[in-house]
Design a protein around this ligand. Structure first.
Ligand SMILES: Cc1ncc(COP(=O)(O)O)c(C=O)c1O
Length: 450
């Protein structure tokens, strides 16, 4: 006999501590027990479907239960599920590292592996710090991050994350970084362009570097879109300016492409849009097609060489048990194969135009501010003016999420920013559905607050 879905919810609430959740909110907010996935859709245990408009926390690229990734994983499962990567190596990790390096034209020659995004952040920070130490520049111990930055929630990653909600409770545990202006284009004053904002933010970065470059190991940033802090988008000029500043002041540039890499921004690596290469690139989320926890840090060869020595302590003695897991690497290889064989980046350009078109009624809505897009990401803000509205603003995100579920959409606004970050496989029918239903949900929720 099939167990009723409400009993799965009960059992989950009794036994599972859900991530990024005030568990008490589930007294009024639905918890959805997922039965299976297919393409862009997740299906719950009662057969109700939800179009995954946020790619399950930005990881899914080619749909749930993708037959090509499934087939690759099944094959890999019969061959090798896991082997430690210290002292051993295997085909999937070698082929994946070679392919990724080739995608940078060989500029970033080595890949170091972990599982989650936050671990990749920690690895890049540690590598930069340790590189300077190996180089005899032991005073270079500090980091610069941007206002509103998000690089993960482990203690080291929180040090370069500027989101009070995630940081404040752990303040005494965290080593502070220098926080400089964000190039968020929404800050443009009357008559200013996104490039003007980028230049202003770069000038702030330069002030910090002028003062402290001899103590700074690296600048870490999310190229083009600061996703977690409300999809703040900036002009690529900012990346060019920061690259030049990092060269001038001898500071590493770490590009956290965990959310914006893997085609999400329009090119495979977001930095390609600005035609720059950083010293480190962090990838995770989409790299395994949204199948398995996989993260990695790519580095330039001079960094790799800075650790290559007879002295073991000059090596990078960092590891995780599942580093370079063959299944995860095989899922990543299958994902890269789809990029190649289906010319995904070109297809996405066409699809992105269609999605922007479908969202036009929302973009033109009087209560929608700063409608914006980068590659396969869309966002807009809702402004709440008077005091009554301000009260409504506090619950906007949860009410929108709940109403969207009624319309078969999985969407989770961040504060008063609504965003869409779907898998790359939406068809025209699904694109139209998303446009129509998002508008309907928006009108409903704004009606409630009126
Ligand atoms: C830019 C960025 N960096 C790091 C992370 C952390 O990744 P994870 O949640 O896999 O630790 C995220 C997660 O959303 C992210 O968006």
């Amino acid at each position: 006999m099939k167990t009723p879905s409400n009993s799965w919810v009960e059992r989950s609430l009794q036994s599972v501590w859900h991530p990024c959740t005030q568990m008490q909110h589930h007294e009024t907010m639905p918890l959805i027990p997922v039965s299976h996935g297919c393409g862009a859709w997740l299906v719950d245990m009662e057969g109700k479907r939800y179009l995954d408009g946020i790619s399950s926390w930005w990881v899914n690229l080619f749909g749930h239960a993708n037959p090509r990734i499934n087939a690759a994983l099944k094959q890999q499962l019969d061959q090798l599920e896991h082997a430690m990567l210290a002292g051993f190596t295997h085909e999937p990790v070698i082929r994946l590292s070679e392919k990724l390096s080739a995608l940078t034209g060989g500029v970033l020659g080595h890949c170091f592996y972990a599982s989650d995004g936050a671990s990749a952040t920690e690895i890049a920070l540690k590598m930069s710090f340790h590189f300077w130490r190996n180089h005899g520049q032991t005073e270079k111990q500090e980091f610069i991050c941007l206002k509103g930055s998000y690089h993960g929630e482990t203690i080291g990653a929180l040090a370069v994350t500027d989101v009070a909600l995630f940081r404040d409770a752990y303040g005494p545990m965290i080593r502070n970084a220098h926080v400089v202006a964000s190039p968020d284009a929404r800050q443009a004053a009357e008559g200013e362009s996104a490039i003007d904002v980028a230049r202003r933010a770069a000038a702030d970065m330069e002030r910090c570097l002028q003062e402290r470059a001899d103590k700074i190991a690296a600048v870490i940033l999310e190229p083009l879109v600061q996703c977690a802090t409300g999809f703040a988008m900036h002009d690529p000029e900012y990346l060019r300016l920061v690259r030049a500043l990092c060269d001038q002041y001898q500071v590493h540039l770490i590009a956290d492409e965990i959310a914006v890499g893997c085609g999400r921004s329009g090119t495979f690596f977001a930095c390609e849009i600005a035609q720059i290469w950083p010293d480190f690139v962090c990838l995770s989320k989409g790299i395994s097609g949204g199948y398995l926890p996989l993260s990695l840090v790519m580095t330039r060869d001079n960094i790799y060489q800075g650790f290559y020595h007879t002295d073991v302590r000059r090596g990078f003695l960092h590891s995780h048990s599942y580093t370079g897991n063959p299944l995860a690497c095989r899922a990543a290889l299958a994902t890269l194969e789809i990029f190649e064989s289906d010319d995904v980046l070109a297809q996405n350009r066409v699809k992105a135009d269609a999605i922007t078109q479908a969202l036009q009624p929302l973009a033109q809505h009087a209560q929608v501010k700063h409608f914006r897009q980068q590659g396969m990401m869309w966002a807009f803000d809702v402004e709440f003016d008077d005091a009554k509205d301000k009260q409504a603003a506090k619950t906007f995100s949860r009410r929108f999420f709940t109403q969207a579920l009624q319309e078969e959409l999985l969407l989770r606004p961040i504060g008063n920013t609504v965003y869409l970050m779907p898998p790359y496989i939406l068809n025209q029918e699904e694109i139209s559905l998303v446009g129509e239903r998002m508008l309907k949900v928006f009108n409903h929720v704004m009606g409630e607050t009126a």
